[in-house]
Design a protein around this ligand. Structure first.
Ligand code: PRP
Length: 186
């Protein structure tokens, strides 16, 4: 079995290929370069899911920037958002007066982001922009600020490019739909 096949076990179908992700990220990086020209934004990556997006996005940007990370958890090993958000790791930086760019891998119910923005706004940043690689198309999501979206995707469980199922699949270079048999016990 090839390495590709081994990694692809559990993948129902590839939704967004790595080339498509790369070119969209270049566009997003250019927009950020223009929006923050002359400033030094603080990119805040939301661990763990945003690691891949964060590292590709920051390398595609050409302006000076700084990075920091927050770790929150809302899902555990389940495939549906519980709405319960825990801060597992807070920022190292003081963001008062800073221009903050929140970098998220996916906005699903919007609950994680809603909570996170509330926490960040209370620390008096100069402004906050939200950049998400993926946003699910769903009617019951909360209204939450998202300024830049890479791809709008159907409401299915997705893995890869940083996104996990029960901790696995984050290293897939593409975004894929998880085979439902992986969590239905078949
Ligand atoms: C995922 C993702 C977002 C959040 C989105 O994180 O990275 O932070 O869920 O879901 P929501 O819009 O329904 O709140 P998760 O808690 O799975 O942790 P992880 O990033 O470590 O995978």
């Amino acid at each position: 079995m090839s390495d590709y096949e081994r990694r692809a076990e559990g993948v129902a179908r590839i939704l967004i290929g790595d080339g498509e992700i790369r070119s969209r990220i270049c566009e997003m990086a250019k927009e950020l370069d223009a929006a923050y020209a002359g400033d030094v934004p603080l990119l805040v990556g939301v661990l763990n899911g945003a690691i891949t997006f964060m590292t590709d996005l920051m390398r595609a940007m050409t302006i000076p920037l700084e990075v920091d990370f927050m770790a929150v958890s809302s899902y555990g090993a389940a495939t549906q958002s519980s709405g319960v958000v825990r801060i597992l790791k807070d920022l190292n930086e003081d963001i008062e007066g800073r221009r903050v760019v929140v970098v998220e891998d996916i906005v699903d119910s919007g609950l994680t982001l809603q909570y996170l923005l509330d926490v960040l706004q209370r620390r008096n940043p100069l402004d906050v922009r939200v950049v998400a690689l993926l946003k699910k198309e769903k009617t019951d999501a909360v209204e939450v600020q998202v300024d830049q979206v890479g791809f709008t995707i159907p409401d299915e469980f997705v893995i890869g490019y940083g996104l996990d199922y029960a901790g696995k699949y984050r290293n897939l270079p593409y975004v894929a739909v998880l085979d439902p048999r992986m969590y239905s016990g078949e």
